[in-house]
Write a protein that binds this ligand. Structure first.
Ligand code: SD4
Length: 333
């Protein structure tokens, strides 16, 4: 930085912020992902990262892995909407701010790969519903039969008994939830597991991916934060990247992951940046926040990582050269 610019920044109180340069990168490659299910996702991504591959390929591989796994909230094995239809949301973003997204996609095994094709093969960013399906089929994806997995079928039948419309998710701590928030489904399955992951490769480049079936038993057509760039995922290769899990509406309201990255740009650590974003949600309506969960997970350009949630129970997985480990997020309420 030249002297003039330094003095100008000092007078604005900005001199304390130091941007990492290549030599200060301390932790690469690295992949971080939401929830404990992220351990296996990290391993899938690591195969690419550890052989000097690109972070965009690593995050896609991680997302593909979980889309192939029976999981209440990801992929075709996920829980359906209130009409009994599984609708999938996914997005992907690379180090050049290229991004692609699909929402409300039905009967396609790998929405993350369709999102990547949107990124690479179209001038657009987001395709939804039938248009996304048509695009997937045109690009060689196979239409699956649309049957629910047996887990999802059982959960849906149970839900139909009452058909209570309670669009709440991610409250892992039963005692703490609000008046209308189910902590777990009746069979004991926790009501969470959207997969968001962020990776930095050996070249120091950041990418991220998110894949989900979204909120269980939602209104048909409802789209959450997960496929929305700046809400469920944001990557700025100069600064860092972030992803989210929880009640998507609250994340969208504050452009959650973009907000987290902007806090990192101001010099906050990943954990503090996530905390500041969570505080925005909590401070806006504390009573409402006491009944819901939102968690943010972030990494900066040095490979430092951190998370914060509204409530107890948000965990995340981190894979580096030294470890693949589950961390517990701090929380506000
Ligand atoms: C959504 N954020 O559709 C997602 C749900 C989620 O773990 O994160 N579940 O609002």
């Amino acid at each position: 930085m030249d002297r003039k610019k330094f003095i100008a920044m000092s007078s604005l109180g900005l001199a304390a912020i130091k941007w990492p340069n290549k030599s200060s990168i301390i932790n690469k490659p690295i992949v971080i992902s939401t929830w404990d299910s992220g351990m296996a996702v990290n391993e899938a991504a690591w195969k690419i990262l550890s052989s000097n591959g690109k972070s965009i390929d690593a995050v896609e591989a991680g997302a593909i892995y979980i889309e192939d796994t029976i999981n209440c909230c990801v992929g075709l094995g996920g829980y359906p909407d209130r009409d009994g239809i599984v609708t999938l949301d996914a997005c992907i973003m690379d180090e050049k701010s290229n991004c692609g997204s699909v929402a409300g996609l039905e009967q396609i095994q790998h929405p993350i790969s369709v999102a990547r094709k949107v990124m690479e093969n179209t001038p657009h960013i987001m395709l939804v519903g039938n248009g996304a399906l048509q695009f997937a089929l045109e690009n060689g994806f196979k239409k699956e039969d649309g049957k629910l997995s047996s887990d999802a079928d059982n959960a849906y039948k149970k839900w139909l008994e009452k058909s209570d419309y309670q669009p709440e998710i991610n409250i892992e701590n039963k005692k703490n939830h609000g008046p209308f928030a189910p902590a777990f489904f009746d069979d004991g399955t926790p009501n969470h597991d959207t997969m968001g992951l962020v990776a930095m490769d050996v070249h120091g480049d950041l990418s991220g991916a998110v894949t989900t079936s979204g909120m269980a038993f939602k209104v048909h057509g409802r789209v959450g934060d997960s496929p929305i760039i700046g809400a469920g995922l944001f990557v700025d290769n100069e600064i860092g990247a972030a992803t989210s899990s929880g009640v998507g509406e609250e994340v969208i309201r504050i452009c959650g992951t973009h907000t987290v990255v902007e806090y990192m740009r101001q010099g906050y650590s990943p954990e503090m940046a996530c905390k500041k974003a969570v505080e925005r949600i909590v401070n806006r309506d504390t009573q409402k926040a006491s009944g819901i969960q939102v968690g943010f997970l972030a990494m900066n350009k040095k490979g430092e990582f951190g998370a914060y949630a509204i409530q107890k129970g948000f965990v995340y997985s981190v894979k580096t050269n030294n470890e693949n480990k589950i961390y517990t997020s701090k929380y506000i309420l």
